[in-house]
Design a protein around this ligand. Structure first.
Ligand code: SF4
Ligand code: F3S
Length: 106
C-alpha cells in the first residue's frame, strides 16, 4: 500500500484524493491517511502531492516508519475524503517543516 507521511501534517493539500480510483483517503483534522486494505498501488496520488508526502510502503524513509502504522490505524477512524478542498490556512508556513508528528491531531 501507499503511505501518507510527515510532510502532509498541517498542510493537507488534498490534491491526492481526486485521482484515487478506490477512494481510500481518510480525512483527519490536519492529515490524511490511506487505508492499506483498500489501496491498489496504482501510484497516481504520488505525483499529485505538492510536498511529496506519499511513498510506497517499502520506500518510506527510516525515520518515518511510524506513519505506516498510523495510516492503517487512523484510516479506520476517519471518514473518506474523495474530493479535494482548500488546504489548511497556514499550509505555506508548514510545508518545509519536518518532524511534524507532535502536531498530528487525532
Ligand atoms: Fe489511491 Fe492509488 Fe494512491 Fe493507493 S496508490 S492511495 S489506490 S491513488
Ligand atoms: Fe497530504 Fe499531499 Fe494529499 S499534503 S492531503 S498527501 S496532496
Amino acid at each position: 500500500a501507499y503511505v501518507v507521511t510527515d510532510a502532509c501534517v498541517k498542510c493537507k493539500y488534498t490534491d491526492c484524493v481526486d485521482v484515487c480510483p478506490v477512494d481510500c483517503f481518510h480525512e483527519g483534522p490536519n492529515f490524511l491517511a490511506i487505508d492499506p486494505e483498500e489501496c491498489i498501488d496504482c501510484t497516481l496520488c504520488v505525483a499529485e502531492c505538492p510536498v511529496s508526502a506519499i511513498y510506497a510502503e517499502d520506500d518510506v524513509p527510516a525515520e518515518q516508519q511510524v506513519y505506516i502504522r498510523l495510516n492503517a490505524e487512523l484510516s479506520q477512524q476517519w471518514p473518506v475524503l474523495s474530493q479535494s478542498k482548500a488546504p489548511l490556512p497556514d499550509h505555506a508556513d508548514w510545508a518545509e517543516v519536518t518532524n511534524k508528528l507532535p502536531h498530528l491531531q487525532r
